[in-house]
Design a protein around this ligand. Sequence first.
Ligand SMILES: [Zn+2]
Length: 348
Amino acid sequence: MLPILLLGAACSSDGTSSDGTDSGGSATDVQSEAKDACFAGTPITDGRLSIASTVAPITSILANIVGDAADVIGLVPEGTNSHTFEPPPSVATVLAKANVVFANGLILEEPTKDLAESNQPEGGALCELGTAILPVDQYVYDFSFPEEGGKPNPHLWTDPTLAKQYTELARDVLVRMDPANAATYESNAAAYVVKVDELDAAVRAASDTLAADQRQLLTYHDAYAYFARTYGWTVIGAIQPSSFDEPTPREVADLISQVKESNVKAIFGSEVFPSSVLETIGKEAGVQYVDVLRDDDLPGEPGDPEHSFLGLMRFDYVTMVEALGGDASALTALDVTDVTTDKAEYPQ
Ligand SMILES: [Zn+2]
C-alpha cells in the first residue's frame, strides 16, 4: 500500500471559517468554530435524515443513537488506514445526499472533509466531533504525531470518557436536524451513555488491578494517548513513525532499550498495521508481543454482536490488561450489546 500523503496544501487547516471573516488560528476559535459547524445545518421537515460517518467506531456510536429513525452510512472501509484514506468517487455520491456528515476531526480525515464540503447538499452540516469537544490545549502530540507535523493524535474515541462526549454532541446535532425523531435520539442516547459509563467504570476497575509499573504502553499504532491520560497509564513509546513507514534500525534499537528499561511484560501491535518490527523488538527485549489491537476496525463482521464500538473497546482493553498481568474480569463481564439494532452500513 502506497498512500499519497497530502503534505502542505491540504494541511493548512487553522480553523478559519469558509466565509473568511475570521482571522482564524486561535485555540478557542478552532473548537468553537467546529462546534458551530455541527449546528449550522438546516433541519429537515420531511423524509429520512441521511447521515454519513467516517471511521467505524463513530459509525457504531451513531447507529446506536439513531436506531431505525435515520440512515447511517460509513465511509472509511474497516481495516484500511484511516489516517491516509483517500475517498473514492463513490464516497462523493454518498456525501451528496448526506444531511449530516460526522467526522472525527483533529485533522484525521482532511480529504474526506474536503470532499464533503464540495458535495454536501444545501443546508447540510459537517460535524467534526473531536475538534468540537476537545480544547486545543488538550491535544496530544507525541511520537507518531509530532507537533512539528501539525497533526495532533486524533484517537479520542479510544478514551470512553471522550466517546461519551461524542455521543452527547451527536445526539444534540441529530435532535436539531431531525426534530420529528428527537424523542428517539434522546432516549437511545440516554441508554447508550449508560453503557459508555459502564465501559468507563470497567476500564478503570481493570486498569487499577495492574501494578503501577505495568500500566505502561508501547504500541505499534499510537492510538491510546487520550486513554492513557484519563486512566493513569504512560505511553512509553510508539513504533510507527509519523510517515506510517517502518522505523529505522536506530529507532528500533532505541525502542528495544526503552522496553528493557520499562520492565513491562508485553508490547502491542495493531491488526491493521502488521509489522515484523514489533516481533523483533519483543524478542530482543524479552517481552511478549501481542499484535491484535485495533483502533478503528470493529471486531467480527457487520451484524455480529461484538462488531461495535463497545465490543472494540472491550477487546482492546481486555487484551492490554491481561497481557500486562492484570485482572480484566470487570471488562469481560461487561455487556456490550448495542442499545438498538445496528442498521448502519459498514464498508469492508
Ligand atoms: Zn489510528
